[in-house]
Design a protein around this ligand. Sequence first.
Ligand code: SF4
Length: 456
Amino acid sequence: MVNVDLSGRTRLDACPGALQVHAAADGGLARVRVPGGRLTAAQLRELARAAAGHGTGVIELTSRANVQVRGLRTGTGTGGVPEDGERLPEPDARIPSGFAARMARAGLLPSPTHERVRNILASPLTGCDGAGTVDVGPLVSELDRLLCARPALAALSGRFLFALDDGRGDVAGLGADAGILPVGADGTGLVVAGADSGLRVPLDAAVPALLAVAEAFLAELAELADSADREVTAWRIKELPDGPARVTARVRAALSARVREPVRLRPAVAGPLGVLPGRDGRVALGVGAPLGRLTSAQAELLADLAGSASPDGARSGGEVRLTPWRGVVLPGLAGHEAGAAITRLADAGLVTGPGSPWAGVSACTGRPGCAKSLADVQADAALAVAATAGSGSGHGGGTLPVHWAGCERRCGRPRGRVVEAVATGDGYRVELGGQSLACADIEQTAAAVAAARGEK
Ligand code: SF4
């Protein structure tokens, strides 16, 4: 049978998981899905130790609030294999079995068949403050449970994305295939392929509606394949011809949903940073990870602080929430603990306020992890940050985000207005809004980036 590939990428979905490890230039790359970005302190601590024991020791935060670990030695590592006979996924020759086993044991791999489709964003501060109209935390758990319980939905690609916005509008505009946004008296708006579909459902029907969008996408794919008598590959709704309209029509018919004028969604371009007011005298801390990378020591510190925030102060309690802006939220700290916690986090090299020279700086993998890269963009970004911080220009020379990329693919570029430093092989090209400047060395590049971020 002929395959029609609408994804524009390779035919097979090679998106990595904890079990399907990608062979990167610097070793095995495993991605662990974290629905809603929610980890217990104990899970984050185990991730830190597994990353150090089996990989490079760095936990990379992704734009879907998932985590990935690089440099995994493939084969039959045994570290962390359960000793109590607990049943784990079947081993695979490519799998760093010790790492996958530890993730399973930590409760981070509840469904081997669905592990790569559990891409669920949620408003990171939901339930912590008064800004949202709904606490979507319980809906994340319900969606994850029902998603994993439907065998057919294991056919979704590892890129299909759900988003549950609590009404503050922070994640609804991040391009999810299926999302919700509470819209007041009209109920809950249904996002399809990154835009408000106009469909409205009651809040208690929100999770079934999200699943209906996913099922409608698979049904459209199957119908297209039948009509063309060909296998059809598409990873996301927008890759299908008229995908958003077709899926919306199918969902509307299935749910008898009401229809209203769609609202315009705007992506939030930066995550929460610093001390954030919460409920009942408690606060949340918004923390950034330089270039979205947490060292094991930084992750253990976050786990310790989250543990101290649990109601009983137990080391295994507490919660950490990863954000789609490659940061972390620590909810539920006592107000009087915030100052000391911020000091410890800043001393550990984490970003605790918008004045940090690292705020708004992102980079793709670059060398040595990506064979396509023309430069070690993370090292170069760090040099540019150091140069800008040393110049005394305060917040890194401007407030616009900057993204460093090792080639024209620009992986990981944030949405919205962004300064881009793209490696050319002879230096970098700094771009903003259709204008560009070729820079031969890192000093020139750093100066051009700082100027563009300040829009001078
Ligand atoms: S932008 Fe290019 S160099 Fe960077 S990770 Fe993507 S493919 Fe690799």
